[in-house]
Design a protein around this ligand. Structure first.
Ligand SMILES: Cc1ncc(COP(=O)(O)O)c(C=O)c1O
Length: 403
């Protein structure tokens, strides 16, 4: 049974139903079914005879052909993610979020093409533009995340793609995605969005005009800080090109990791609700602290991105930032080092809270990050928010005195 392609189902139901096709789980009427698609590990796939082998050489995405093309565990995850985006043709899986970004850009861009990249993008995304893509002859212009429909003025004859990330994962600007995608589409330019912060649960990207929705599944979909993966979910028009690109680059993911991702996906709805609620309690508390300059969290009515966020998103996840008023780097390090419940480490979206320093000023090129106060980014987990607040209080206490 799998009704997850039924668009009448609500998102939480689709998360539960997704990818559980009877051909993979068994059928209760024919000797029984298991709940989860099993882990099918494979490199070699065996054929009945040469005619069969030749016929399956032209196999579609979800027919056994060779291990690199996936097995039912892989297709089950891809199916479940596709079902979350109305209007999507399919989903491709990559070994990390960065691999998904690279896979999309390499498949869609050619030497001589021009790319419009948001200035608030995740740093490795910028590094790809300034490194590998530049060497290949792809030219990148960075644009102001708040440009909205003004992006139209930056589109050149060779512009092939506008890349968005909303909210920016360090600085949390909310982009006017419908305005940007409409302006791009009117000029025949494709759009790709890093939707890792919201996931399709809080922001169905294709319904907002995006052509390719990217996620680092490592974050909220996995949710348990124990596996890495990335995805691209695309419209019918771009799907064949992306799939061909993934095949030619030899991208493959482990079925064991797909099983972990599917396990995470089933509880995404309840986890996101709690991440968002906990983050809101903590953001409100931080906004009232004398040590805090600004809280960068679109869910707060005082945030400059709040109006667009409340228009377009159905909720917030647990990632946001705040500045330490008048503090220096050493005081910020003392603050973070004093935290017990917050881990110090990269990534986010797991069940456990994390804190990291971040320094956007040196990364930007199209816009200026002029806030002199040091920035801390928090990934709020599933702990009781009162315990997290007590922990942050210890951090503030540690900033007092000696330099
Ligand atoms: C916004 C954003 N996109 C993409 C990635 C890359 O994902 P991965 O770590 O799975 O390569 C990250 C990782 O931190 C991220 O924050």
């Amino acid at each position: 049974m799998n009704d997850s392609d039924d668009d009448s189902l609500r998102p939480a139901t689709k998360l539960v139903q997704g990818g559980r096709r009877a051909e993979w789980t068994g059928d209760p009427r024919l000797g029984g079914a298991i709940v989860n698609p099993p882990v099918w590990r494979a490199s070699t796939i065996l054929y009945d005879n040469i005619a069969d082998m030749k016929a399956r050489g032209h196999a579609t995405h979800d027919k056994l052909y060779y291990g690199r093309r996936g097995t039912p565990t892989v297709w089950a995850l891809a199916d479940a993610l596709t079902a979350m985006e109305a209007g999507a043709e399919g989903t491709l899986l990559y070994p990390s979020g960065v691999a998904a970004i690279a896979g999309g850009l390499l498949a869609l861009l050619s030497p001589g093409d021009h790319l419009l990249m948001v200035d608030s993008a995740y740093e490795p995304t910028r590094a790809l533009c300034n490194g590998l893509l530049a060497r290949m002859g792809v030219r990148t212009s960075f644009y102001d995340p708040l440009i909205g429909e003004g992006v139209a003025d930056l589109i050149e004859p060779d512009t092939k793609l506008v890349f968005l990330e909303s909210p920016g994962s360090l600085t949390f600007e909310v982009q006017d995605v419908p305005a940007i995608t409409a302006a791009a589409r009117a000029r025949g330019v494709a759009t790709m969005l890093d939707n890792t912060w919201a996931t399709p649960l809080l922001f169905p990207a294709l319904a907002h005009g995006v052509d390719v929705a990217m996620m680092s599944l490592t974050k909220y979909v996995g949710g348990h800080s124990d596996a890495m993966m990335g995805s691209l979910t695309a419209t019918k028009a771009l799907w064949p090109r992306l799939r061909q690109g993934a095949y030619q680059l030899g991208q493959a993911v482990s079925p064991d990791d797909c099983a972990l991702m599917l396990r995470g996906l089933r509880t995404l709805d309840v986890r996101m609700e709690r991440h968002g609620a906990n983050a809101r309690v903590i953001a409100d508390w931080l906004a009232g602290r004398p040590e805090v300059g600004r809280v960068l969290c679109p869910a707060l009515p005082s945030d400059p991105g709040h109006a667009i966020w409340s228009r377009d998103f159905s909720g917030a996840s647990g990632l946001f930032g705040f500045t330490l008023k008048g503090a220096n780097d050493a005081a910020r390090a003392r603050f973070i080092d004093a935290l017990d419940l917050f881990g110090i480490g990269f990534s986010w979206g797991g069940y456990e809270s994390l804190a990291v320093p971040s320094d956007p000023a040196s990364i930007r090129s199209a816009t200026k990050w002029s806030d002199p106060d040091p920035l801390v980014r928090l990934s709020i987990g599933l702990e009781d928010p009162s315990d997290l607040i007590a922990d942050l209080g210890r951090g503030f206490a540690s900033m007092k005195g000696n330099g």
